[in-house]
Design a protein around this ligand. Sequence first.
Ligand code: NAP
Length: 307
Amino acid sequence: MTVIYKKVALIGLGLIAGSLAHAIRRAGLAEVISGYARSEETRDIAREIGLCDVVCDSAQDAVKDADLVILAVPVGAMAAVAKEIGPHLKAGATLSDVGSVKASVIKNVSPFVPENVHFIPAHPLAGTEHSGPRSGFAELFDHRWCILVPVENTDAAALANLCSFWEAVGSNVEVMDAQHHDLVLAVTSHAPHLIAYTMVGVADDLRRVTDKEVINFSAAGFRDFTRIAASDPTMWRDVFLNNKEATLEILGRFTEELFDLQRAIRSGDGDYLHDYFTRTRAIRRGIIEAGQDTDAPNFGRNLTKES
Ligand code: NAP
């Protein structure tokens, strides 16, 4: 147990901030955790469940004397929050975030960061489809990657401290530049979410398939899409509005490949389909070998209960 930052302030008290609060306590990384969320309802729940040591009624109060401040609000709300807290940040403090998009957060938050504050954006690649103050858990970041995206002239000691912090909450840490991060995430997360939203939307529109059939006969493929498509609408609206270019680039490629597969089905080109699916199966194996998912059938779900 080593305290890395005496006081950590969490702005936004949802899945990610809540999980951080639990993980910080698990590892004893701070003496005090303060928190703030926009609504009184969330602040009351956070107080009731003891999510932080102190839940403040303003972001300014929460960041007072904090050594590390983490913005854990939707990407579209980052600039407004940064503007509000900027003048109240302690000299020498580190300001970070957990936003799923990096270039736009850097562009929108940087103008409000005082010169004597270290701004080091970050993105933990860990999440669930749940949100809100009750959804967090200490293990969320265990063995998951956290990408740090230092801006120009980042202080080496401040970066090293933030690396140690993320490692101590369970993550593997990688450093990347913002543009590259946004492209990688467009491939691995943003485009797949949009595709899942679309597939579930299409099933919902298909009047020939009744609601009951969609629910009762939801085989693994569709059911897995529905889990992803249940993700928070505000968060995902902001992701697409803020990672426009990279998402559109990947969706363009996706559409081209989809047309190729469509053509192969229409023309009965079984070899093309077989080769394609062999290649994709290898990617799944790579993810399992990297320890990023379980090899258990059906993601380890209890089949007797679920089928
Ligand atoms: P969440 O569970 O919906 O929580 C968001 C929190 O932000 C809520 O406490 C909300 O307060 C607060 N908030 C919203 N607007 C605010 C504002 N203007 N001022 C102050 N607080 C505000 O969301 P989350 O999943 O933790 O996501 C937080 C961030 O993490 C997002 O930037 C997201 O892109 C990123 N992220 C998410 C995941 C994931 O899978 N969920 C993974 C990695 C990164 P109220 O409850 O009062 O509205």
